[in-house]
Design a protein around this ligand. Sequence first.
Ligand code: HEC
Length: 399
Amino acid sequence: MDPIVADWISLALRWAHVMVGIMWIGTSFHFIWLDASLRREQGMGDGLAGATWMVHGGGFYRATKYMVAPPEMPADLHWFKYEAYFTWITGFLLLAVIYYLGANDLLIDPRVMELTPMTAIGISVGSLIAGWIIYDLLCRSPIGERTGLLAFLVFLLACVASYGFAHVFSGRAAFVHIGAFLGTIMAANVFFIIIPNQKKVVAALMGGQVPDAILGKQAKQRSLHNNYLTLPVVLMMISNHYPMMFEHAQSWLLVVGILLFSGLLRLYANMKNAGASGSPVTAVLFYAAMVGMGAIAYASYRPGPDLESIGPVTFADVQAIVAHRCQACHSANPTDTAYRVPPKGIAFDTPDQIRRMAPQIERMVVLTKAMPIGNKTGMLPEERLMIAKWLADNKAGAE
Ligand code: HEC
């Protein structure tokens, strides 16, 4: 596909994906809050769990929750499900347009594993399906009865997936895939469990029967998992702007840190919502802070390159390296056929363009090895050191 056409499709999909994703998480967070804010009121009937008052956009709203269901089903019952489905559909299409069509540059990194585009795409699709099947079997097995053990195993599954993706795909693709892996579980939970169970409950009630209690229990368990997965999934989806995470030598360990950190944050929010206060709540926040700072420190620690052995580097040397290793893509007229315009509008055609981008070059070539993408142009370690030396000399000169 023409790269510009692919870009337009990707823009439209990304816009739609972010919008429906906001709606999904927005309603989901709203209902979590709503549930927690319900209060029993004086004279409230036995069939009611509680009620709450809200004000928004100039209007007052009152919501009441029924213990099981209202005595009669309302003619107009609103379901919240399309947000989840469309988030997954637009997300998967976006993954395909960006990472499957651009598999050579974005999905595959020969430094991690030599793959053909077909194999890489097969692993990608297969892993998303396998993730859901394993997760679903875990929940349905006798382990599903033990909430704590199940939560631990789901966490372990996410860690194994992170390790796997990081050892198969390029750094950025690995992170997006961890998000897609967990996001697929979330959307499938809505599609295969939460909504069908809810429908069965409604049908039973309409037929004057008592709904099977297991249906509600199952749905609640899956909802709780979705609740804890939301924060890490969103972080993984925006992670590809941050090579200091996905280009880290042990990036999967950082993901484990992110899962723990966001899990603790979620636990804190849930405890607060439920009205808890005092030292247990503070302790959770404290642990979250420790894990978060630990992960940042781990991601940031990089021993500086040894520049002693590198002789003087002139700007002409740097220009030659950039011309050789970067300009195939980063030029007003890229010669790499995957690009018709310079990626991110960054071109290195003139000395001034290179000088102005020095901090970005340091970020992408020296501090991380995010560029050249997948090391497609075969940049040598010595060349990175020479760029590092030039940058260091420049900084020393500026001071
Ligand atoms: C094979 C093509 C290719 C080569 C070669 C290449 N890049 Fe890139 N570069 C890209 C793509 C694609 C992006 C956009 C990535 C994205 O969307 O996050 C990019 C983005 C960048 C960015 C912006 C990153 C950001 O997040 O803002 C910088 C800076 C950069 N490249 C520097 C370089 C340097 C320096 C070299 C040479 C050492 C180089 N690139 C070689 C394809 C390439």
